[in-house]
Ligand binder design. Structure first.
Ligand SMILES: Nc1nc2c(ncn2[C@@H]2O[C@H](COP(=O)(O)OP(=O)(O)OP(=O)(O)O)[C@@H](O)[C@H]2O)c(=O)[nH]1
Ligand SMILES: [Mg+2]
Length: 471
């Protein structure tokens, strides 16, 4: 509703045009007898109308001032980047830094996501083993070794493990369905869930967040999963330690995501009847964001209290067109690029290398005119995984030929990626903005909190410089 319409509802029939229409009515009535009876009643009416008009003007001024103060108190920050780049994990780190009590309160409700991530990892292992055992000997690269199609004992052992794990695997559907209300998208608990929109740049209406993880059905599904997990934990451990799985992990034929690896390694703890996810667990969970989710945080600074609106977006290609509806009044944009992903391809486009996609995305964002006033921060994320991959001997040049004969070590690789991302920014940033760059491991709380403080300080300083200190 516009300001005018709101005020006109408070003072029925007295909009800004009221006084003018009364005056013209007086003039026309006056023509008949010089002093008409209507003139007698007219003057108080005209006076009242003038006062009403003044009141309206005053209201409008107050409203404009209120809005101005409000917008000075509000800082809008968007987290952008491809899927799985770590945006939601960064949002949790912001929450941990500025509102740790809120994270504390929601901790138990993350159980359902932890169980869903664990079960998905178990199912993935079984599917990959199935595929491995189904290969003919010609296709099998390590035919002389144990644990492949030739290892009948291993196959029988896995068959037995699978049979015992069926009750657990069968729960995955109900957990996912509770997390997504039976449809293909999931929102976060805090803040608002904006349903995915078509590729337009107009603002759509919002709907309140669905407290999916706390619903009665979600609690039932969670408790059931906890019960079955308690009964099958030893089977999961036997599968996770099985020689066939070890072989596949070593040969990089089995790739589990971060959450899967973390929860499989901690399965005994997860299976305790009184299990509550730790902060580390909450940071490790993988829950895809769909649409744009707004989170509000109160940030206290020496210059006063500010409300930070953090927009966490879904990063898959099909969701990116919806981002631009939020661009026009954004104060800062934090772009996350997972530099460990040099050997990975987009799930939605298996021909596009993920580093290449991140570079293209940054270029597109830098050249967007709607963002010309936004500060840019680039987080080169997942450095821990990059380090592990390089230590395991994965060669960057195999996936990015331009890497050439540079040493395949962390410092060279990190600098190589930094240079390329800086070049992508410089090439397209017609607004000549400074790009602040940090290397991050979003699961490292201590290191990330330092970066959050420094980035926060930077954003606040620019915001205050633009809007002035709060009175
Ligand atoms: N090892 C490691 N894992 C990370 C790091 N940052 C994020 N992750 C994990 O990567 C997974 C994906 O992170 P998210 O924060 O959900 O990714 P996102 O960018 O929000 O993804 P979408 O919502 O699909 O766009 C989660 O399991 C995180 O725990 C990191 O620096 N190191
Ligand atoms: Mg996300």
């Amino acid at each position: 509703m516009s300001d005018l319409s709101r005020i006109s509802r408070r003072l029925p029939g007295r909009t800004r045009t009221t006084s003018r229409s009364v005056i013209s009515w007086k003039c026309s009535d006056d023509t008949s007898s010089g002093l008409s009876s209507s003139q007698f009643h007219q003057e108080p009416t005209a006076e009242a109308a003038r006062r009403a008009s003044d009141l309206i003007d005053e209201d409008l001024k107050k409203e404009a001032l209120r809005r101005q103060t409000e917008s000075r108190k509000e800082v809008k920050v968007m987290l952008l980047g491809q899927a799985e780049s770590g945006k939601s994990t960064l949002q949790k780190q912001f929450q941990l830094y500025h509102a740790s009590h809120a994270l504390e309160v929601e901790r138990p409700s993350w159980r359902i996501v932890v169980y869903a991530n664990l079960i998905k990892a178990v199912r993935t292992i079984l599917e990959e083993l199935d595929y491995e055992f189904s290969l003919s000997l010609d296709e099998y690269p390590w035919a002389s070794e144990d644990s492949g199609p030739t290892d009948v004992a291993a196959q029988n052992e896995v068959l037995e493990l699978r049979r015992n794990l069926l009750p657990l695997i069968s729960l995955e559907g109900s957990l996912s369905s509770e997390l997504s209300e039976g449809v293909a998208f999931v929102g976060q608990r805090r803040g608002k869930l904006f349903p995915p929109r078509r590729a337009t740049c107009t603002r759509a209406s919002t709907r309140p967040v669905t407290e999916l993880r706390d619903s009665a059905n979600a609690v039932i599904a969670t408790n059931r999963a906890a019960q079955v997990l308690g009964m099958t934990v030893h089977v999961i451990e036997a599968l996770w330690r099985h020689r066939s799985v070890e072989h596949m992990l070593l040969a990089r034929k089995l790739r589990l995501d971060e959450s899967g690896l973390h929860f499989l390694n901690q399965v005994q703890r997860l299976a305790q009847p009184d299990y509550i996810p730790s902060t580390d667990d909450v940071l490790h969970v993988r829950l895809q964001t769909i649409g744009v989710v707004e989170h509000s945080l109160k940030v206290n600074t020496v210059a006063g209290s500010y409300i930070w609106k953090i927009y966490d977006v879904g990063g898959t290609r099909s969701q990116r067109p919806a981002w631009c509806s939020y661009f026009d009044d954004v104060n800062a944009l934090i772009f996350l690029a997972p530099i460990s992903a040099f050997d990975q391809y987009l799930e939605e486009d298996p021909l596009t290398n993920r580093i290449h996609d991140s570079l293209q995305l940054l270029t597109t964002i830098c050249s967007n005119k709607l963002l010309k006033n936004a500060q840019l921060v680039l987080l080169l994320n997942k450095t821990d995984i990059l380090r592990k991959k390089l230590e395991a001997g994965v060669q960057i040049r195999q996936y990015i030929t331009s890497y050439g004969n540079r040493p395949n070590n962390f410092s060279t690789a990190a600098e190589y990626f930094r240079t390329h991302f800086l070049a992508a920014h410089q090439k397209k940033d017609v607004f000549q903005r400074k790009l602040y760059v940090h290397f991050t491991t979003m699961l490292d709380v201590q290191a990330t909190q330092i970066i959050i403080a420094s980035v926060g300080d930077l954003i606040m300083r620019k915001h205050i410089a633009q809007t002035g200190l709060l009175m």
